[in-house]
Design a protein around this ligand. Sequence first.
Ligand code: ZN
Length: 1024
Amino acid sequence: MHDDSVLVERRIRRELHERLMPAMYSATVPFQVEAWDTPGEPVSYAEAMAGLASSARPFTVGSKWSRPWGTTWFRMVGDVPAAWVGRSVEAVIDLGFHPDSAGFQSEGLVWEPGTDGKGHPVQGIHPRRTALPLADAIAGPIEVVVEAASNPAFPMVGTRYGHLGSLATAGEAPIYTLRQAMLGLRDDEVFHLLLDVEVLLGLMTALPATDKRRRRLLRQLQAAFDVIDMHAVGATAARARRALQPALALPARAGAHQVVAVGHAHIDTAWLWPLRETERKCARTFASATRMMDLYPDYRFVCSQAAQYQWMETKYPSLFQRIRDRVAGGQWQPVGAMWVEADMNLPSGESLVRQLVYGQRYFESRFGARCEEVWIPDVFGYPATLPQIFRAAGCNRFVTQKLSWNKQNVFPHSTFLWRGLDGSEVLTHFPPVDTYNATVVGEELVFSEHNFKEHGWSDWSLMPYGHGNGGGGPTREMIERARRFQSLDGAPQVTPGTTTEFFEHVEAEMAAGGAVPVWDGELYFEMHRGTLTSQSKTKVGNRQCERLLREAELWWATTGDVPAAVAAELEDLWKAVLLQQFHDIIPGSSITWVHDDAEASHAAVAARLERIIEDAMQQLAPATSSLANAASTDRAEVVSSDGEIAGDGPTQTLHDGTTAAMVVVPAFGIAPLAAHPCADHVAVTERSFTNSFVSVSWNLEGTITSVIDVRAGRQLLPVGGVIDVELAPDHPVEYDAWDVEEWTRGLGGSVGGVQSVDVIDHGPLVATLRVRRAFGRSTMEQLISVRAGSPRVDFTFDIDWHEDERLLSLMVPLDVHAREAACDIQFGHVMRPTHASSSWDAAKFEVCAHRYVDLREPGFGVAVLNNGRYGHSVQDGGIRVSLLRAAKYPDPVQDHGRHRVTVSVLPHGPGLHQVLREAEALNLPLRPVQGSAVGAAVPVVSVEHPGVQVSAVKRADDGSGDLIVRLYEACGARTQVAVRTPERVSDAATCNLLEERQHTLDIADGFVHLTLRPFELVTVRLCN
Ligand SMILES: [Zn+2]
């Protein structure tokens, strides 16, 4: 037979689109439309009704509506013909949609007044959900009210259109046209014929050309199209459906792969839209999800992010009640356990803990159960400590798929045990469909089966489906297609279900001896490395708030009694910080509006925390000038102060008029601001600073050419190496704010532009070199300081940055022979390669580190510390810190403005103890305080081991007054540590992250001894 298969397939596709699809409605009645534009930001239903009542204007279909980010309320009125009653009557609305990318453009929410007239969300409208079913419509007038949001459409990549990301620059011209507003009588036979054809055509396309089923399907489809009268599709649709029945009835092959299809709508809490729009996205998406549940009882939907539920609870209470009912009925499953789907690289360990604690508490209090699985499909890398953190919050299961985007290496597993830094394991699944926005078509299902890497032992995979990122969720067409794929020859078998049901299948397979693979260590994401640096102010604001939250909890714990109002405010502030840790906010990948919001939120939170800390200090600090130390180690260091400094020790007036002195403050304690004797001093020459620990020299340009560890008698820098500020053109291939390319730095060089080099502090306590530069449209002041008694060399940058598409870095070349660098992460550190030997090594050319990166040989090492940066590279013979970027998309003014940050070079002896101490000190500066107490308060706890870090000291959230101390072993060593309090401890126990007792601890002599595994995280509850 001659092969006409290509031609036949083209015929089917053309007739499908041009004949069948337009035949969906057998009759239509136009709506009469009125409109009212909100004058500014979105308003309530009541305000909109008042606006429509007082100043609605007639609106003609085909006219433009609303400026970017505006809202227009449409009232649409039509007459349902008597002959339509009892049939599939629908309102059909097209706000001016581009056919694809639901959630990335205009969206609508249909409201109904309800019996109370307060207004209740009915269903969302988007390009793939233009119909509102009106099953109970009676003959006569009917009214539909739509809240239409004119959210501008952003192209996903490119450098233009960023101006749309701010109200100030988006413009006033209307951007959408109301294209369609009518009542339609849906022809059910055509509707189902379309679905039958889509399912079989998709399956046919996905199967190999040689597959028998593929060839047969083509002829079966051809036969069905032959019986359709293209001039009377409705009249012949049933006949065509009958022709397709044999193709649809052929069941799945024995032993077919099993797919659990779980409805979902990924809703980015902010991204190409601000937080306020996400609240409305949630209402639209969740209302649609509950509508779908009315229509399809077997439909299942999973939904993460407690913060989004809370928005519904406070702003859309009737919708929230519908959600609760659906959760109780088992159709809606809360997942994820976290407050938001947070970025995992950048938040502190304690922040990740609180994401889970506040998330789990919310889910449990509102829905009666905690989540068993963490659900973060769209996050840019997963640190090695997560399995331990997840388990301590009650989650032994984890779903993500982002590593399918890896550019260099294909991740080898789909379902596996992920083993973390301390040995904890969580059962992890990467849905092999490689998306969290599947649409349930044959191509995806066949790909899922081919891409699944566990066929050797497992039959089950998960498919999250539904429009996502901007929300939208599953459509009725997806649900209908899923039904057709329940048992269909050539495709895996699709079962609607929840993630819990999926994991239960896998766990049964494991219990039966299934050989589940193990992946040990971090899940490094081979993309989006620029998100470690983009939008520096958002990141620095987060780190500042994390520090202040630690201080506020510690100092109120020290008072002994946290008033309920303070506890409630701290919870509010935590949640405000957690919200901004969403995976497009803190990574710096959002529009201008979102980052403006983030900076304002961080500033407001910080101001409130400063006041809370000050209130605690009234009870803790004496009336004389004092210093408070929130770090877990005793401090003796040179600080500077605006005021007078008492004491016998030496002082020094610095260039800025402040006074420097050596001070001593106990761990978690408060001590007078007094100058202590100081055995060390900094000697200053024209080109060098030297104390007992370190000697630094520079050249005429102010570039550091030598750093000598005096005690070790060792030069840190390689021959010819200098510590240099570098500037490189930064043009990612795809995603501007997200990506840094491997070759980027090689295209750049020394920033140059030196204007002055001056020694401005001359010892004996502080020596400072000031280097001023001007380059491009930017200026930079760099202060390089050495202090008495410290081996640290601090580089403090004050940068007025106005570059575009440039990457600014500090390069510290090091003569240290180490194949791996220790990088500080949440609750531990990971080793990353300093070489690019394998493709897995090479991919790690830019890595995340929190407070330090360390290169070491036995007995000697050099760490580079920072107080507000995350992106580092360690593969060019040293440690490079990414200081600033300047992508143009999606925020065209990304990072423009003033930035301050300190990076320190620290030579040290064996191990990490000194590094931990200095990293903590740099990030927890001593706080000048003054109160009204008689004497300084005694530290509330002490944890005395240089390898153990304290993450939180607080009173228990249950109001019992018990002291909670969260600590972890940070070096990878088995360790014994004592936890002491001023009073004898009467009872002590380890807890989970939610502060629930687990194991009673032994108490000896009134204090607690703990034995920690390498990198073990422990939460201790102490009762006096
Ligand atoms: Zn996302």
